[in-house]
Write a protein that binds this ligand. Structure first.
Ligand SMILES: [Zn+2]
Length: 82
């Protein structure tokens, strides 16, 4: 379908990332069922989102620690305010 957005998912046989528009894996040429491909792509999207959420939370945690530790750096301007 032309309106359908191509999404990537791991090949069920070789785990190579391929997209949902293909009927065969470009790596191992395993036949790809389009319904199965869509389901796998949906799972892959969720995995990708979970990864980006996790890295966002991790970056925020690091950021909080950085700001916390900056408090203890003796900068003259900062000391006057505290
Ligand atoms: Zn494959």
């Amino acid at each position: 379908m032309l309106t359908e957005r191509l999404r990537s998912f791991p090949c069920p046989r070789c785990n190579e990332l391929i997209n949902t528009g293909m009927d065969r894996c470009s790596n191992c040429s395993a036949p790809i069922d389009s319904a199965e491909a869509e389901a796998a792509a949906t799972i892959q999207d969720q995995v990708n989102r979970a990864y980006s959420d996790a890295s966002f939370i991790r970056n925020m945690t690091v950021g909080c620690w950085v700001f916390f530790l900056i408090r203890f750096i003796p900068i003259p301007e900062l000391c006057r305010c505290l």
